[in-house]
Design a protein around this ligand. Structure first.
Ligand code: MSP
Length: 510
């Protein structure tokens, strides 16, 4: 089975911020992990380019929507390259492939008799691209997320018969492996149990969208179009698009990672659309929390964004990945704090993991002719026992997307190895020739623990792990989590390369 993993497709109304970078980095860790355990992965990311929000932004900058999209899409691509994101696909909803997919999909939904013309009245938030429930009042209501006045809409739209799928969706969201985390599952269940209402899937006042076939003047509602981007991403040419055999391309998606604000679209509307078109629903959806800054959601409209490129160029990609994946519980909100960021990098990466590598490899170089020690047998030790335990924990928690638990387990192994080294004090033992064997074993044990830490870090910190492993004469490209996470695989008598610092302490900058 191919593991199809997706990030949301980001709106290109503005350049990427740390919130979107967070989602993409987390997905990158998942994709890398899945590959390391031997799965075939298709990691999809991309951009959502249509809709009124983008049309308006382009107009306000006196650009054509397409020119505007080209500029911002390029910024997304460049950022993901800069972050070394391992995506296999990058989908644009303005591509011709996507246009064909949307048309074919709509034809299937229409053939299921799930489309009708209706009248849509209500308050709309252009920022969310969503109709909002608003209390009946004289004054204009405001969007809770964007804090801007909602706009009144009263127009003829095409509707999708979501209500027809009430029972099927109830069954789906009740499954115990479809929506994570569980508190979010309960929210979606409540929403569904209150009764699903048909929703409009076209607009007559938005020209920047895909035209609806046979319905002049209608363009597809941006969400109807955007969700289909996940399917378009699996095609590579206009000529081979046949939704009837989409499963051959890897569909259904194994995992959609989304922010909590867009869970309902993915867990309710999207599966119903797929059922209507006769296609399989995604296997799992995980909703993560928001990055806040001093308690406020970080976002383009709130103006409190952190520029990811600047953060990475100031501190490094591994440093940013570590902070975001180690300090925030994936699934809950997390508050970005610069001081904490600096402290964690210095304490965890420089003082603990970096220091372990420096100490163990420099002693090995010094005492064993620049090589790893040769030992007769490797007796069980606190480090071998702890390593096996941490390996198991990391495997379990990567599956659960508990990145912070994975990171903390790796860190606890590094701390244990430093404590072991301090306790054994091989720099004292070496002074007496009768201790030679013990010194070899001690150094072997800490180097082997460092090797395991290097491999365990591969999904979370691909660059740092590769630097750590190369200091042990190991190529990370030749390591995986199936064959190389066994205690005792460090080669004995292996020449070590010249010592290179792999991580330095950082200081708080602005
Ligand atoms: N275009 C839609 C998604 C369509 S998917 C077929 C969209 N785009 S978005 O750019 O507004 O948001 C994309 C993702 O970024 C969402 O999952 C959203 O939750 C996430 N984030 C936006 N701000 C965020 C934070 N401050 N923190 C974490 N994630 C945040 O919605």
């Amino acid at each position: 089975m191919t593991f199809v993993l997706t990030t949301p497709l980001y709106y290109v109304n503005d350049k990427p911020h740390l919130g979107s970078t967070y989602t993409t980095l987390a997905c990158d860790a998942i994709a890398r992990y899945r590959r390391l355990v031997g799965e075939q992965v298709i990691f999809v990311t991309g951009v959502d380019e249509h809709g009124q929000k983008i049309q308006r932004t382009a107009e306000s900058q006196s650009k054509s929507p397409q020119d505007h999209c080209n500029i911002v899409t390029k910024q997304y691509r460049e950022l993901w390259d800069y972050c070394d994101i391992s995506n296999d696909k990058f989908v644009r909803t303005t591509s011709s492939i996507h246009n064909l997919v949307v048309n074919q999909f709509f034809n299937r939904v229409e053939a299921s008799e799930d489309i009708y013309i209706g009248h849509q009245k209500g308050w709309y938030c252009v920022g969310c691209e969503e109709f909002k429930e608003a209390a009946n009042s004289e004054s204009t209501p405001t969007c809770d997320t964007h804090l801007k006045p909602l706009e009144w809409r009263d127009e003829e739209n095409l509707f999708f018969r979501l209500s027809k799928y009430q029972t099927a969706i109830e069954k789906l969201v009740d499954k115990d492996d479809f929506i994570f985390p569980i508190n979010r599952r309960n929210e979606v269940r409540n929403f569904v149990n209150n009764g699903l209402r048909d929703f409009s899937i076209s607009r007559i006042n938005v020209s920047w969208g895909i035209s609806v076939p046979r319905y002049n003047g209608h363009t597809f509602y941006v969400w109807f179009d955007a969700l289909l981007g996940y399917i378009s991403s699996l095609y590579s040419s206009d000529n081979d698009i046949d939704l009837a055999d989409i499963n051959k391309k890897g569909w259904p998606a194994s995992l959609h990672i989304v922010g909590k604000d867009i869970l309902r679209f993915h867990a309710v509307y999207w599966p119903a659309m797929l059922m209507s078109a006769g296609l399989d629903v995604p296997r799992q959806i995980f909703a993560h929390g928001f990055l806040t800054r001093e308690g406020n959601k970080m976002g383009k409209s709130t103006g409190n964004v952190i520029d990811p490129k600047r953060l990475i160029s100031n501190y490094g990609i591994d440093q940013v990945r570590w902070y975001l994946l180690r300090d925030f519980q994936f699934g809950q909100d997390g508050d970005f704090q610069q001081r904490r960021f600096v402290d964690l990098i210095n304490n965890d990466l420089a003082n603990s993991i970096g220091n372990l590598l420096n100490r163990s490899s420099s002693m090995s170089r010094k005492w064993f002719s620049n090589s790893t020690p040769e030992v007769q047998a490797i007796p069980e030790s606190v480090l071998s026992v702890k390593s096996i335990d941490v390996i198991n924990k990391c495997k379990i928690n990567m599956n659960l997307l508990h990145f912070s638990t994975v990171a903390e387990s790796i860190l606890s192994l590094s701390k244990e190895a430093n404590t072991y080294l301090n306790g054994k004090a091989p720099w004292k033992l070496i002074k007496d020739s009768k201790n030679q064997d013990e010194v070899r074993i001690v150094i072997y044990n800490v180097l082997e623990t460092t090797r395991i830490i290097g491999i365990l870090l591969m999904p979370i910190l691909p660059n740092l792990s590769s630097k750590i492993l190369s200091q042990l004469s190991i190529k990370s490209s030749q390591c995986n989590w199936k064959d190389h996470l066994t205690w005792g695989l460090l080669k004995q008598g292996e020449l070590l390369p010249e010592s290179q610092p792999v991580i330095s302490k950082i200081e708080l900058t602005d």
